[in-house]
Design a binder for this molecule. Sequence first.
Ligand code: AMP
Length: 283
Amino acid sequence: MIATVRTAAALRAALAPWRREGLRIGFVPTMGALHRGHAALVEHALAACDRVVVSVFVNPTQFAPNEDFARYPRTEEADAALLDRVGAQVLYAPAVEEIYPPGDATRVTVAGLTEPMEGAIRPHFFTGVATVCARLFCHVQPDATFFGEKDYQQLLVVRRMARDLGLGVEVIGVPTVREPDGLALSSRNAYLSASERAAAPALHRVLQRVAAGLRDGASMATLAPEAMRALVHAGFTAPDYLDLREAETLAPLDRLDATPARLLVAARLGTTRLIDNIPVQRA
Ligand code: AMP
């Protein structure tokens, strides 16, 4: 049975015997409303570690006032049941005051990687993410932590932060889990109406089509306008970005070269903002 703990002190007490035994502790941070994508992170963690802690915490500092913090889905009972089935040992579900104590005044800001794409559209976002991850890593003190490639820029930002602060936690990326029609699983998919859900796989289809064009030697300058039109035709608003970037540095690219690259997109369907990305390699 999974143990649910709500304070850093209770968490430390739960983990102490395992640490004494020298067991390797894996950690999967989430905002809950768990789905098969989160389950895949836990499965990777269980394969690489002896014990796995999962946090469910809807982090207020990564939402802007106009964003969906209040209506973000909260389904703790179902989350605990899913984690129990997958085999995680501990669910850490702290209250906001446990993570942000009264008088809280500390933020963690990562330069560079946070500036384009998600950071340009949501300026508050990565400081919120880096701050909550740094705090959760201090509470859990894991050996390794597992992040989805679905939020690719976030994965790189958290890895940079953990290295820069010398937290001694390995940040491991896990491939995106998708629906059979290609839509990346996301807690926010629950917001989609039936017709929006039917339109949503266009995001992944467009990425694949652009990737094929890039492999044929075409440039983003020639491929992007048609891809944007295809998204709008499918019912999306004009994308916030559709970028080809170096996979490690996120430096912009116009064409594929020998460097590993990533193709990333963000666009809205009605009021729901969806993001996706895929790796792209020269053929
Ligand atoms: P969230 O609860 O949306 O903040 O996500 C928690 C973690 O799950 C993050 O590391 C996400 O990248 C990861 N994640 C979300 N959706 C997926 C997915 N479809 N496949 C793999 N990982 C995912």
